[in-house]
Design a protein around this ligand. Structure first.
Ligand code: CAA
Length: 381
């Protein structure tokens, strides 16, 4: 494996890092406090091309590679995990569906809008009774001439209420299981579609998480993505890439917590010396740094495979599992190292810990990642 980053990748990372540190980081605590979707920052990210990084230039994007895009999620998440997931969902499962599976007309219509941030993308698979068991969705789509009529509800939809287009999964052929699911692009102003309750979450404040409702929503046939019955396969293939993005988000959060803990233990003195000089603290910092480094390798390796077009289902799940567990462990240890100061909002580490938790849950819980990894084991790997 060779992770020598190209000049272009490094330049892109520096650009995003500077923006994240100068524009996002100073606002992160306020976004957490108010829980308001940071539309002004999202707009700036759109103006700078960050919402279309891996989208080809012909569709209004920057044309960056997948590794560069993952580094962007990592850098943004270092400053604000909420903006990290807004970017990741908008791109990996909001824009890529159209790039990978859309008709030329769908690409022309949606990608320039998404890449510029004029509209935000979202992904609607999960339902109240279909989370890990995604095949069990019940939202129904019935063909009626040039339209499909959608009925049902979705829950926990990231970018809900903010998105201009939703990539929605619905059953067109009940009884066929995974092969009876179809994907639709649902415009936010579709008749019969409405955004429901906005959730109040433990962390990731500022990122909108909403219910969606479809009451005889009329979606034109031209907004079907792929063929009838291809929906579940489309969802899984998108999540293979999406999970690397969540892994990159976990890596960014973990790095932020490690840096904060390191800086704090270098300046905080007890018993006449810096905390960082106590061996017990050094052991904690060393373990945190080693996990972050291991997570980085898994994330970049999966990203590299994805970029090469190789099958990365197993590696994406490994990266997601390890990097997000690392985020949880490192942020928890960071709070511990800050002591009482770690538990109050004057310092960012309690936010990192609250934000890290969801990364172990969404885009497939880490239990599901283990299921996927185990199913992809082979002899003599
Ligand atoms: N790529 C392509 N096709 C795939 C695939 C993959 N990675 N994984 C499965 N498939 C195909 C299978 O080949 C199979 O196809 P056929 O019917 O043609 O044979 C079909 O999909 C069904 O596969 P399984 O039998 O493996 O299905 P399953 O019911 O056992 O479920 C699962 C598999 C991995 C558990 C899946 O349900 C899953 O990933 N669950 C988690 C759901 C999830 O990740 N939700 C995320 C929501 S989005 C989100 O969280 C965004 C956010 O806000 C941050």
């Amino acid at each position: 494996m060779d992770f020598n980053l190209s000049i272009e990748q490094l330049e892109m990372r520096n650009l995003v890092r500077n923006f994240a540190r100068e524009v996002i980081a100073p606002r992160a605590a306020e976004i957490d406090e108010t829980d308001e979707f940071p539309r002004d920052i999202v707009r700036q990210m759109g103006d700078l091309g960050m919402l279309g990084l891996p989208i080809p230039e012909q569709y209004g994007g920057v044309g960056a590679d997948f590794v560069a895009y993952m580094m962007a999620i990592e850098e943004i998440s270092y400053a604000s995990a909420a903006l990290g997931v807004i970017l990741a969902v908008h791109t990996s499962v909001g824009s890529f569906p159209i790039l990978y599976f859309g008709t030329e007309a769908q690409k022309q219509r949606y990608l320039p809008e998404l890449a510029s941030g004029r509209i935000i993308g979202a992904f609607a698979l999960t339902e109240a009774d279909a989370g890990s068991d995604a095949v069990a969705i019940r939202t129904r789509a019935v063909r009626d001439g040039d339209f499909y009529i959608l009925n049902g509800s979705k829950v926990f939809i990231t970018n809900g209420g903010e998105a201009g287009v939703y990539c929605v999964f619905a059953v067109t052929n009940p009884g066929r299981g995974a092969r009876g699911i179809t994907t639709f692009l649902v415009d936010a102003d579709t008749q019969g579609f409405r955004v429901g309750k906005k959730e109040k979450k433990m962390g990731l404040h500022g990122s909108a998480t909403c219910e969606l409702h479809f009451d005889d929503a009329r979606v034109p046939v031209k907004n079907r993505l792929g063929e009838e019955g291809q929906g579940f396969s489309i969802a899984m293939r998108l999540l293979d890439g999406g999970r690397v993005g969540i892994a990159a988000q976990g890596l960014g959060i973990a790095r932020a917590a490690l840096d904060a803990a390191y800086a704090y233990t270098r300046q905080r003195k007890q018993f006449g010396q810096e905390l960082a000089q106590f061996q017990g603290v050094q052991f904690m910092l060393a373990d945190m740094a080693t996990k972050v480094e291991a997570a980085r390798w898994l994330v970049y390796h999966a990203a590299q495979l994805r970029q090469e077009g190789a099958d990365c289902t197993r590696e994406a799940s490994m990266a997601k599992l390890f990097a997000t567990d690392t985020a949880m462990q490192v942020t928890t240890d960071a709070v511990q190292l800050f002591g009482g100061y770690g538990y109050i909002k004057d310092y960012p580490v309690e936010r990192y810990m609250r934000d890290a938790k969801i990364t172990q849950i969404y885009e497939g819980s880490n239990q599901i990642q283990r299921v996927v990894i185990a199913r992809h084991l082979q002899p003599n790997q």
